[in-house]
Each structure stands twice: as C-alpha cells, then as structure tokens.
Design a binder for this molecule. Structure first.
Ligand code: FES
Length: 144
C-alpha cells in the first residue's frame, strides 16, 4: 500500500470500526490509556478452546489512529491463540497503518495492541490465581 492507501485504511477503520462495543459476557476486559493525551481504549475478550480468541471487541475515545488501532487489532487477533497475540508487534501494525504513521505516532498506533496484550496477561494471571484458590483482582472498566 502507498501512503494514501494507508491513510484511507486508517480512516475507514475509524469511521466504520469493526468489533466496536462493550461485551457483557467477556472472560476478561481491560482499559488502557495514553497518559500524555488522555485517550482511552478498553478491550473485551472471550477465550475459547485451546486458548484461542473467540471474540474480541473494543470501545474507546481518542484520536483517529488510536481508535482505528482498536478496530485493526481486534480484527487481527480474532481466532489467534494467546501466545500468537502476544507475538504481535510493530510489524503487523505497520502492515496496516504504514511505516510513516507508525513511526511518527507510535503510542497512538500501539495503544490498542498493548491494551489487548495486557488484558490477556490479566486473564492468565487470574486463571493462575483461580487455580491456586485465590480470588481474581477486581478491575473496573473505564467509563467512555
Ligand atoms: Fe492520544 Fe493518539 S493522541 S492516543
């Protein structure tokens, strides 16, 4: 894709976000934000057999790139295992957004991915706590 195509892809994800909305029966959710600007993304994940992502949604409020990132990352992650999502990084985001934008706005571009990966870490941690007979650590969603 050339620069214009990357921009059009980002704008399309921003204006027609995929997988946007709160999920009431998620296995795990987590909010992430960029302290510098206050922009937010909350991700909700349902995890199925073989630790595979059955469903993933997001909601948020923020700049075009961070919110397009929510749409892009949820599309990328659906059907992947926890380990495969953990392995996603700048190359996969760059393929969708273009190097120029990712380099100049890396915190915006990676907000959703970092939040999703942290949510999956939380899922694993809570599962280990459950297996050890400990209660999960309570987290409240951001109000957006
Ligand atoms: Fe805040 Fe982009 S300016 S995430």
């Amino acid at each position: 894709m050339d620069r214009q195509a990357y921009i059009e892809n980002i704008v399309d994800h921003y204006e027609n976000p995929r997988n946007k909305g709160r999920m009431d029966d998620s296995d795990v959710f987590l909010g992430g934000g960029n302290p510098g600007c206050g922009d937010l993304v909350t991700v909700y994940v349902k995890i199925g057999d073989g630790d595979r992502i059955d469903a993933v949604t997001f909601e948020g409020d923020g700049c075009t790139i961070s919110q397009a990132g929510g749409s892009i990352v949820t599309e990328l992650a659906k059907g992947l295992t926890l380990e495969e999502v953990k392995a996603l990084g700048l190359p996969e985001i760059t393929e969708e957004m273009g190097e120029e934008i990712v380099k100049s706005r890396v915190r915006c571009a990676t907000l959703a991915l970092g939040t999703l990966q942290a949510a999956l870490d939380r899922f694993r941690r809570d599962r280990e706590r459950r297996e050890a007979g400990l209660p999960p650590i309570e987290v409240k969603p951001f109000e957006v």
